[in-house]
Design a protein around this ligand. Sequence first.
Ligand SMILES: Cc1cc2nc3c(=O)[nH]c(=O)nc-3n(C[C@H](O)[C@H](O)[C@H](O)COP(=O)(O)OP(=O)(O)OC[C@H]3O[C@@H](n4cnc5c(N)ncnc54)[C@H](O)[C@@H]3O)c2cc1C
Length: 49
Amino acid sequence: MPFQRFAAHKPARVRKGVYQCGDHGSVASIDTALASGDAAAEAVLEDLT
Ligand SMILES: Cc1cc2nc3c(=O)[nH]c(=O)nc-3n(C[C@H](O)[C@H](O)[C@H](O)COP(=O)(O)OP(=O)(O)OC[C@H]3O[C@@H](n4cnc5c(N)ncnc54)[C@H](O)[C@@H]3O)c2cc1C
């Protein structure tokens, strides 16, 4: 992977009922994509409970 400046993750919850995930929210990598998907799932679960 080329060097990428660190970028903090964008929040998973845009607003209640609207969530985002993917590498566009931070540096481009599979790890970022997976972590942001996990964060989005956690946000959905929090809002459902
Ligand atoms: C050539 C290359 C090599 C790479 N090598 C590595 C590596 O070695 N290690 C590593 O960690 N990362 C690597 N990456 C980066 C990694 O692939 C990405 O960071 C990761 O796949 C991002 O996952 P994502 O789910 O956020 O986005 P994506 O994998 O891009 O998935 C987004 C999906 O959304 C779909 N989509 C887009 N617009 C719409 C729409 N309007 N409606 C419906 N669907 C839509 C697209 O078709 C796509 O399937 C590489 C990237 C490239 C391009």
